[in-house]
Structure formats: structure tokens, C-alpha cells
Design a protein around this ligand. Structure first.
Ligand code: ADP
Length: 383
């Protein structure tokens, strides 16, 4: 028989005499796949190419076929395994056809190593599974933080009432008790912030961040945020100087930007080592710019990008608390407005965070994240 054509087939081909089950020919792809030279295989029972656990059954089938000759393909895309010279196994897909030639009956077998393909398929499956798990976790986080908000808010309210009652009591309460109530209030405020951070982050991950745009002044907002945080920031020992003389107006989401400024201020106080903090607001060329600068521990260059990621922190958890979400949320909010947030920092000298926001709605619409925007009569479309 002339087997020249088989040299051009991309699969490994093995031809077996159905009378005795011995190999009469293999093509070059089969030589390569199984690791034998052609001469080594010719005359061998075809089972040498199979792992031992399949051999017995294969021999049985083969003898069955031999007794009742077939004219149609005997098997296509069979899931089997091949055995290379040296004993390595590989997953193989096998197609099997009868061949009658020169008075003899043969089986012609195409073998394909599907190891690589299986690996790729498995990797793709794991990737899809991981994505689904992440999505489910975000969904869970969203529900859990939403559920937590109600009792935490109730707790906070009760403590505020208790505080007020204590202040208005006829006979003054023991100082220790008042201190404890204040401490509890502080802790619940902190709890509220953490729960809100979790809620925000899960919303952002699920693409549910919505901006409520209104005409506002960033300078006003910065002064207001500093005033509201004065007591809390004061405890860190840092003095805060605000330089925001000229208005910096634009159409932005007030509550969201307040959240950005608050995050930056709380960090500046937390990592500022009690040294002064400077806040500035300015506006030029269609951009409003806010900076928060501290003179604290600073951030090494290799961490400066990473800390904007979710749950990413650079300082030791032992000394500084936090979930590592504040800067992630800040960046999401700023970018949803079409702006950006930058960091300049040197370890030991301090950090300066700069937020730049386009003042016009057009720039907001062009924002890279395509936020959902709504406003009161602003004419901004719901994306
Ligand atoms: P958190 O403060 O809750 O850990 P953030 O996302 O706000 O989360 O900050 C991430 C990390 O970035 C912090 O853990 C800290 O390592 C670093 N960082 C942020 N702000 C400052 C700052 N002003 N000075 C030094 N390090 C900072």
C-alpha cells in the first residue's frame, strides 16, 4: 500500500491490520506524538500505544470488529488516552475507520493529543467560575452592608439621644459615664463609616454608582468638610489650614465629593503624625483643583499606585486601622466625574493628594467610567 498521502495529514495516523491487530504503518506525526521511530512500531500490537488499563478491553473490541467487518467509521471523537514511549500518558481524541485494500482489512486511526486544549478549556472554566464567585461576593457584600446599615444607624441614634439626656440631666452624671457614652458614639460613627465604605465599594463593583449633579462650589465644600471634622481631626494633634479664597464652581455630586475630601482628610490626620495639614482649592482652565497635604509618614514609591486599589494598604495594620477602601472609593468617585486623583509623596516627608475635576458637564459625560448621572432639571441624560 502507498501511505504517502498520510504524511500530509495533520493528525497522528496509525494503520492496523484487522487480522492480527498489528501496526502496519504510522505517519510522521504519529512518530513524533508517540516518540517511536516508524520501524519500532511496525509489526507491534496496536495496544503498545495504549495505557495498560485499556489494553484488555481494546483487544476484545478489536477481535470483535475483526469477526464482523465494518464498512462505516467505527468511532469518531472517542475519548481515550495514548501512551508515549517512556510511559507518559496523554489525553487523546481518536477517530477510527475501516479500510479495505489489496485484499486485506485494516483499521485506520487518527489520534489527536487534546492535553493542551483540555488545559485551556479548564483554565477558561476556572476563570469563569472565579468571575462568578467574585460577582456573587460583591452581591453578598452589597446586601450585607445594606442590612447592617439599619441597626448601626439605629444604634447611633439611640446613643445620640442618650448623650443628650445625659447632658440635660438635673444632677450631673458621673464623668466616667459621659466619657463612655462619647466613646460609644465615636465607635458607632466609625462603624457607620466602615459599613458605608463596604456598601459603596460593592455598588461600584456592580456598576451602580449614581451621581446627583448640582451647581456647587468646591471651596465651600472643602471649608465645610474641614469644619465638620475639626473635633475628630483635632484628636490627631494636626492643625489644618485651608486656603480656598476664590470660588471653584462646577456641576458635581456634593455628597460624593464630600466623601472624597473626608477620606483624604481622615488619612492625612491618621498618617500625618500630628504635624500640620494644608488644604487648598483653586480653579483654572476649566479644572477645579483640591489638594490635601500632610507632613506625615509618606508612602514609598512602589506603593503609590497600588494603594488606590481595593483593600490595598501600605501602612502596618498593627499601627493603623482601616479596610483599605477609602482611596479606591475616592478614585472611583473622581473618575466618575471625569476627573483624576494624583499622589506625590516621599517617605518620612509627607503626602500630597491632588484631585482635579472638570467644571463643565460635558467633561463629566466624557468620564472614562461612564457613570450614571442624574440631577434636578439639569438636562443631563440618565446613562
Ligand atoms: P485605609 O486608610 O482605610 O487603610 P485608604 O484606601 O484610605 O484605606 O488608604 C490605603 C493606604 O494608603 C493606607 O492604608 C495607607 O497605607 C496609605 N495612605 C493613604 N493616605 C495616606 C497618607 N496621607 N499618608 C501615608 N499613607 C497613606
Amino acid at each position: 500500500m502507498d501511505f504517502t498521502l498520510l504524511e500530509f495529514v495533520p493528525d497522528a495516523m496509525v494503520i492496523v491490520d484487522q487480522a492480527d491487530g498489528r501496526i502496519v504503518h504510522v505517519n510522521c506525526v504519529a512518530e513524533e506524538l508517540f516518540g517511536y521511530a516508524r520501524e519500532e512500531l511496525i509489526g507491534q500490537p496496536v495496544e503498545v500505544l495504549l495505557p495498560s488499563r485499556y489494553r484488555e478491553a481494546h483487544r476484545g473490541h478489536r477481535e470483535g470488529y475483526g469477526a464482523a467487518p465494518r464498512t462505516r467509521p467505527m468511532g469518531l471523537g472517542l475519548d481515550l488516552a495514548g501512551l508515549r514511549k517512556g510511559g507518559d500518558e496523554f489525553p487523546a481524541e481518536i477517530g477510527l475507520s475501516p479500510l479495505e485494500a489489496e485484499g486485506g482489512r485494516y483499521a485506520i486511526t487518527a489520534i489527536r493529543d487534546v492535553g493542551e486544549r483540555r488545559k485551556l478549556e479548564e483554565r477558561a472554566r476556572l476563570y469563569r467560575q472565579a468571575q462568578e464567585e467574585v460577582r456573587r461576593r460583591d452581591e453578598f457584600l452589597s446586601i450585607a452592608s445594606h442590612e447592617l446599615r439599619t441597626p448601626v444607624a439605629a444604634l447611633q441614634l439611640q446613643l445620640q439621644i442618650l448623650h443628650r439626656v445625659a447632658e440635660q440631666a438635673q444632677s450631673p452624671l458621673p464623668r466616667q459615664l459621659v466619657d463612655k457614652v462619647e466613646g460609644l458614639e465615636r465607635q458607632t460613627r466609625r462603624l457607620t463609616v466602615l459599613v458605608n465604605e463596604l456598601l459603596d465599594v460593592s455598588r461600584m463593583r456592580l456598576g451602580r454608582l449614581e451621581l446627583r449633579l448640582e451647581e456647587m462650589d468646591l471651596a465651600d465644600l472643602a471649608r465645610e468638610a474641614v469644619r465638620q471634622l475639626e473635633a475628630e481631626l483635632g484628636r490627631s494633634g494636626s492643625r489644618i489650614a485651608v486656603r480656598a479664597e476664590v470660588p471653584a464652581s462646577g456641576r458635581w455630586d456634593r455628597l460624593r465629593l464630600e466623601q472624597v475630601i473626608t477620606n483624604l482628610l481622615v488619612n492625612a490626620a491618621k498618617f500625618g503624625e500630628g504635624r500640620p495639614i494644608a488644604v487648598t482649592v483653586s480653579a483654572a482652565d476649566g479644572l477645579a483643583r483640591l489638594t490635601v497635604a500632610d507632613q506625615g509618614i509618606g508612602i514609598p514609591a512602589e506603593h503609590q499606585e497600588r494603594i488606590f486599589g481595593r483593600f490595598e494598604r501600605a501602612a502596618s495594620a498593627e499601627h493603623y486601622g482601616g479596610l483599605g477602601l477609602g482611596l479606591y472609593i475616592a478614585r472611583e468617585i473622581v473618575e466618575a466625574h471625569g476627573g483624576r486623583i494624583r499622589l506625590a509623596s516621599s517617605p518620612g516627608l509627607g503626602s500630597t493628594f491632588t484631585v482635579e475635576l472638570p467644571t463643565t458637564p460635558a467633561a463629566v459625560q466624557a468620564g472614562s467610567r461612564g457613570p450614571r448621572v442624574s440631577g434636578n432639571g439639569s438636562g443631563m441624560p440618565e446613562a
